[in-house]
Every structure is written in structure tokens, then in C-alpha cells.
Design a protein around this ligand. Structure first.
Ligand code: GLT
Ligand code: MN
Ligand code: MN
Length: 394
């Protein structure tokens, strides 16, 4: 029974990928340290931990090369497990990176046979996702990149990726599927450089697509961090554009390989600011989509450690949510971040660029030296935030 208010429940909309809790701990320097867990077992254990959903790549569930009969049997067994444990599949995606055919990309490859195979595989994986009830379909172009940059004009790669997404949106429409796409950026790894390396790049790319309304982003903490950028700002830009369709929560030390650590286990301050943004405790629209943890347990762990990792990820989110609510309800904090109101100036700073506004702004008498004199008390504000985080202020 739920003893702590921070224990996760299905209402919290937490999900994990089969590839995340199922990660057996292989890395470039060593082999598996844990046995592989079956998808059915993962569904059962995640439900026990309090998650509501499980996400998958096509081949996390159905091995490549399975016959139609094998596929149907696997899917039927998995669907039974979902319904037995009250779990759903909020998101699905395609593995366009493991098989050697994708060694030089999928949609951006110079070889039309590879591009055709990638489209074929993705259509089948979309059918699978929809059959399992997924409403969001992620595209992570892990291999869409280069080491030998001379191999193609990078503009051609972008054009090919646009053609692929335009086609696949058309496919979804032709089938009448209720499905949106979420594009996930990453600057490098496994390629030396990956095209469309940040969420900002993706947001612009989306504005060039035929079916823009169907396409949003799936930002990942670790990936934006690898580029040395603020993840919170990337997510904010996506939310402001109504394009945050999904999110990959994890943790990452700056300047490293993609660590995919347990959410909140590094840079607690950014994690706090992220939860504050997603939950809208400062005001503004909340994110109400799935909260997906794209991370895995340390290589030191056995299976029990994997479930500790899963429960820890969800508890940290809920604890940070409570901290964000307390922070934004704190009268001292509210006093420090109150916006200055000015009845004469405010109307001049928004709305259409009319001749009256232009004239009034040009005629304004402002004293920059006087305005610049006051300190902003951000030291106080930041320390207050740290004290909330450190638990000495409730
Ligand atoms: C892979 C990658 C993730 C993506 C997954 C979706 S697969 O594990 O590292 O960031 O979200 O394809
Ligand atoms: Mn991810
Ligand atoms: Mn990652």
C-alpha cells in the first residue's frame, strides 16, 4: 500500500521504455551484467512500481525477421499482459540504428535501397504502435549523421529527412490513424555529428514540413546537455510553440557521452526548474503528456537495482513537483519575482506596431542610469530556491 505521498500512481503518467528498464548493462567496454528481461515481465514489474505506460521500438518486442505468425503471437501475448496489469503503450518508435544496413543513416542515406527499407520498416512499426494503442510516435535519428562529412551535401540530408517525414505523415493520414510524431534531437553519438542536433533545430525543421500540425518534439535532458545547452530553455521553447508532444527524462553530467542516468541524479537545480516548468507552478500552461524516463540503471545493479532505479526516477519527479509548488507559493519568493506593472508603459510594449505606438515610444523620456541603479535581488531568490531544494524551507 502507498505509504508515502511520493509513491507513483498511474495518474502521474510515468512511463519507461522496454529498452530502458530492459537495458542489460552492456557498454563499449564490457558485456551484459544482467539477464535480459522479457517484455511481459517488464510490463508486470512496471505496473507494480506504479508506472502507467511502457514504450517500445518495433524490435524491442518483435525481433527483426519474425514471420507474420510469430509477430502476431508476440503481440497478442504482450497485449494480454498490458490488459492484465492495466498498462498502456503511450509511445512507440522504430529502431533505425541497430542493423548494419543503417550504418550510414536511414532516411538520409545516399543509398535509395536503404531509404526505401527505412520507410518500409517505419510503416510496419507505425502499424504495430497503433495496434498497441500508441498516440505518439518518436523519431530519433541516431544514425542520421556523419564522420566523413564529405560524403554528401548536408542540405541533401535535411531534404531527404523532410521527404521521409512528409511521406510518413501522409501514411498516417491515409490510414486514418490518431497519431502524432515527436522528433528527438541529439548532437552526436553514435555518429560523429548528427543532423538536426538540438531541439531548436528540430523546431525550425518542423516549420518546413507539409503536415506541421502532426509533428512536435521529444526533447531529452541528456541530449541538450551534451550540446552544453539549457534543457529547460529548450523545453520552454517547445511548450511556447505548442510542440512538446513527449519528453525523455534522465540526467547527465555536462560534456560527457550520453549517460542516460536516473532522473534528478545530476544537476538537481535544472531538474527542479524543469519540473516547475512542466507542472506550471509559476503559472502558464502545464504539460499533460506522458512523462517518460529514457534512462537506465547503473551497470553495478542486478534486477532489483533496476526496479530501485525505476521507483527512484518517479519519486524524484514527485518530490520535485511538491518542492516546486511550495517554492512558487512562498510569499517571499512571490515578492521577489513580482513583475513591475506600469499603466503608461505596458500598452506600448505589446500589440500591433501602429504609428501611435511608434510615436509614443520615440517620445518617451527614460533615464537609463537611474533605472540601472537598483539591484535585482537574484542572489536572494536563487538562495531561497536552494533552501527549498535542500529541505530547510517548506
Ligand atoms: C536510444 C536513444 C534514445 C531514444 C530512443 C528512441 S532509443 O536508446 O538513446 O535517446 O529516445 O529511439
Ligand atoms: Mn531519448
Ligand atoms: Mn540519451
Amino acid at each position: 500500500m502507498s505509504a508515502s505521498p511520493f509513491d507513483p500512481t498511474p495518474q502521474d503518467r510515468f512511463s519507461f521504455g522496454l529498452w530502458t528498464v530492459g537495458n542489460p548493462g552492456r557498454d563499449p567496454f564490457g558485456s551484459e551484467v544482467r539477464p535480459r528481461l522479457s517484455p511481459v515481465h517488464i510490463v508486470k514489474k512496471l505496473a507494480e512500481c506504479g508506472a502507467y505506460g511502457v514504450n517500445l521500438h518495433d524490435n524491442d518486442l518483435v525481433p527483426m525477421g519474425s514471420s507474420a505468425r510469430e509477430r502476431d503471437a508476440i503481440v497478442a501475448e504482450f497485449r494480454r499482459a498490458l490488459s492484465d496489469h492495466g498498462m498502456c503503450v503511450p509511445m512507440a518508435t522504430t529502431n533505425l540504428f541497430s542493423h548494419p544496413i543503417f550504418k550510414d543513416g536511414a532516411f538520409s542515406s545516399n543509398d535509395p535501397r536503404v531509404r526505401a527499407f527505412a520507410l518500409q520498416k517505419t510503416m510496419a512499426a507505425i502499424d504495430l504502435g497503433v495496434e498497441l494503442g500508441a498516440r505518439v510516435y518518436v523519431f530519433w535519428g541516431g544514425r542520421e549523421g556523419v564522420e566523413a562529412d564529405a560524403c554528401r551535401d548536408p542540405r541533401t540530408a535535411i531534404l531527404r529527412m523532410r521527404e521521409a517525414l512528409d511521406f510518413l505523415c501522409g501514411y498516417v493520414e491515409s490510414q486514418g490513424y490518431d497519431l502524432v510524431f515527436a522528433l528527438e534531437a541529439k548532437p552526436n553519438e553514435p555518429r560523429g555529428d548528427i543532423y538536426l542536433p538540438t531541439t531548436g533545430h528540430m523546431l525550425h525543421f518542423i516549420s518546413t514540413l507539409k503536415h506541421q500540425a502532426r509533428v512536435g518534439v521529444n526533447p531529452e535532458v541528456a541530449h541538450e546537455n551534451m550540446a552544453g545547452l539549457s534543457f529547460v530553455h529548450a523545453v520552454a521553447q517547445a511548450m511556447e510553440a505548442d510542440k512538446l508532444f513527449h519528453i525523455d527524462l534522465n540526467a547527465q553530467k555536462i560534456g560527457r557521452y550520453d549517460q542516460d542516468l536516473r532522473f534528478g541524479s545530476e544537476d538537481l537545480k535544472q531538474a527542479f526548474l524543469l519540473v516547475r516548468l512542466l507542472e506550471g507552478t509559476l503559472g502558464g500552461k502545464r504539460y499533460d503528456g506522458p512523462l517518460h524516463f529514457d534512462s537506465h540503471a547503473y551497470r553495478s545493479e542486478d534486477e532489483e537495482g533496476v526496479w530501485d532505479f525505476a521507483r527512484g526516477s518517479m519519486r524524484t519527479y514527485k518530490i520535485l513537483k511538491a518542492k516546486a509548488q511550495a517554492f512558487d507559493a512562498d510569499p517571499e519568493v512571490r515578492g521577489l519575482i513580482r513583475e513591475r506593472r506600469d499603466a503608461a508603459l505596458d500598452p506600448l510594449l505589446s500589440g500591433a506596431c501602429t504609428p501611435q505606438r511608434i510615436a509614443a515610444l520615440k517620445a518617451l523620456q527614460l533615464d537609463p542610469d537611474a533605472i540601472a541603479q537598483a539591484g535585482l535581488a537574484y542572489e536572494k531568490l536563487d538562495q531561497l530556491m536552494m533552501e527549498h531544494l535542500m529541505g530547510v524551507r517548506a
